[in-house]
Design a protein. Structure first.
Length: 139
């Protein structure tokens, strides 16, 4: 088993760049095929595919607007709809992801990437921005 611990943003890019594009794309296709039944509409499946793919892009910030731009969408509306109003079975998606990961972490070589970078909140006027963090940067 190979364990990769990411401690800085610069290292994250190096780790992401080292993954063969064909390998993760085929794995993603396999995973999305398994989760397809959880989405009632083909549009939701399409938007989930676009969102997951965009989340793997090299972006400094990830929100619906930047993810939509990375996916080639005109605006964030499709992703916002998927995350807030579309009908899909999140429990089934989690279950399929868990099963897929278990199957692929079988007997062969494995990689575990632990991202310890965290996101430091820098705003002074947003709720909960008094020096708190998501994750533990610098640990």
């Amino acid at each position: 088993m190979i364990i990769v611990v990411v401690r800085q943003q610069k290292s994250t890019r190096a780790v992401e760049a080292s993954v063969a594009a064909g390998r993760w794309k085929s794995g993603l296709e396999s995973l999305l095929a398994r989760t397809a039944r959880a989405f009632r509409r083909v549009e939701s499946r399409r938007n989930a595919r676009l969102l997951v793919t965009a989340m793997m892009a090299h972006l400094d910030r990830r929100n619906c607007r930047t993810l939509a731009e990375a996916a080639g969408e005109a605006g964030p509306w499709r992703f916002q709809h998927l995350l807030s109003r579309a009908t899909w079975d999140d429990a089934q998606v989690r279950s399929e992801i868990r099963a897929w990961v278990s199957e692929h972490l079988g007997d062969g070589p494995r990689v575990l990437a632990v991202d310890e970078t965290g996101d430091v909140k820098k705003g002074a006027s947003t709720v909960g921005s008094s020096g708190s963090t998501r994750g533990q940067p610098g640990v």
